[in-house]
Each structure stands twice: as structure tokens, then as C-alpha cells.
Design a protein around this ligand. Sequence first.
Ligand code: ZN
Length: 200
Amino acid sequence: MTNPAPKVPQPDKRSVLLIGDVQVDFCPGGALAVPSGDQIIPIINDAMHLFHAHRFPIIAVRDWHPPNHSSFKEQGGPWPAHCVQMSKGAQFHPDLVLPPGTVVVSKATNPKREAYSAFEGTTLEDRLREVSADRLYVTGLATDYCVRQTVLDARKLGFQVVVLEDAIRGIDASPGDSAKAIDEMRTAGAIIAKASTLGL
Ligand code: ZN
């Protein structure tokens, strides 16, 4: 017998749409491009439209590094410089249509600390508690880094999580990293679903 796939809960007033790192530098042509990273943008735009129409909160997280961030190769880190505060590469992708009222949360702003999770050293948890959120719908980049770590932290903090698998993309520095990350998120209790299950 196979277990039926868990039923996908529909967004309600305690739901928040989370958009991670859909920035110029993480999309094709950017300093740290996620392959096909821009292809998720239309799906995220549809999801934002749905949430906004219902007045459900939307939070856009951005990687927002000082120029001397420890994750940069020049500082001994693993990545090329990317998403430097106020630079063009740090801007949200121009095709991403953030509705008015979207809350922006910046992460990895401390030069000495890397932060893949949108919860690490940010105001995200406070923002979620302020609106009595109990469920997050997660989209964005990159599956095997920030999406993965954000989802695992959200589960530890007790939030229900629905990962919209067609609205995320991974780097796959080692082949299979993204598939492994999705398995880890599912094992941690996240529901992995297609955006179409929200009627998008
Ligand atoms: Zn970064």
C-alpha cells in the first residue's frame, strides 16, 4: 500500500506567502545565478496575486550583504560577491511584481555571519507572530540552500509549511542536491505541492 499524498491546505488568513531571494544576482546573468531561477517568477507572481486579492500577508526575503561579507571568495568564503547592499544585483528581479504592502526582510547583513535561513538574525519570526501566522507557503531560491534551511527552521519553530515545488529552483553544485533538499524538507513535515493545487 502506498500512502496517499497529504491533502494540500488552502491559504487562509493565518497563511503567509514567503518569497526567498528572487534577486537579480540569483537569476541568469547575475553574479551567482541559479539555473533557470527566473522561470519561477510568473508562478510566484500568480501566487502573490492570489494572496493579495485575499489580503493575506506576503513577505519577500532578500540576501543583503555588506561589501566585505564573509561568504565572498575575497574574504575566504565559498561564493562570488553577490547581493551587495544597494547594488543592482541585490534588487528584486524586475519581473517580480511585489504588491503594495509586501513586507521586505533582509538577511545576512552581518559581515561576519552567513545566513542561509531567512530566520537567522532577522525579524522574520517577529513579523510572522505579529500577523498570527501558522502556515507558510514557501517559494524562491535556492532550493538546496536558503529554501531548505528556511523551511527546516520554520518547522522547528512550529509553523506548518507548504513548499511550492514549481516555484523554487536549486543550484545543484553536486547533482541531486535539490532532490535531497526536498526529501529533507518533506521528512521534516513540510508538504511539497504544486502551485496549481492552490488554484493558480
Ligand atoms: Zn548570500
